[in-house]
Ligand binder design. Structure first.
Ligand SMILES: [Zn+2]
Length: 131
């Protein structure tokens, strides 16, 4: 079984096999020596992707409030509802849940932001254009 890893010197990709783990090899791209990291020197795969996730989960609460005020209220309010749950879920140790509502808050912020630009002139026209 081989895997592809980047060279720490030049970033060029090379495929390494299990028998090279822990060995010093010469990069085929830049001819410099490097050590192939052994699996035990890397984060365990059983620990899952949580290992490299940032500890802080952005709540996007400020963004949600801003887009609610300035852009598209219905979507902004949904964003606030999600954003308001992030810290609570983090506090209760529900990291995956916090990531989920954080992503939702971000997406609704984006949606509200875009809709603010796309629909506000149309909504304005519909509401006030007939007078
Ligand atoms: Zn290299």
């Amino acid at each position: 079984m081989s895997e592809v890893m980047p060279c720490p010197h030049c970033g060029g990709e090379m495929s390494v096999t299990a028998d090279l783990w822990g060995q010093v090899v010469v990069c085929p791209h830049c001819q410099k020596e490097l050590t192939i990291p052994a699996p035990e020197a890397r984060p365990s795969t059983t620990a899952g992707p949580l290992w490299f996730l940032p500890k802080k989960v952005p709540s996007y609460l400020v963004e949600a409030i801003l887009v609610t005020i300035f852009c598209f209220q219905p979507f902004g309010i949904v964003a606030i509802v999600y954003a308001a749950q992030v810290d609570g879920k983090l506090a209760s140790g529900d990291y995956a849940g916090a990531r989920y509502v954080s992503e939702r808050a971000k997406n609704w912020c984006l949606a509200a932001f875009l809709c603010g630009f796309l629909w506000l002139p149309i909504a304005f026209f519909v509401l006030f254009g007939h007078h």
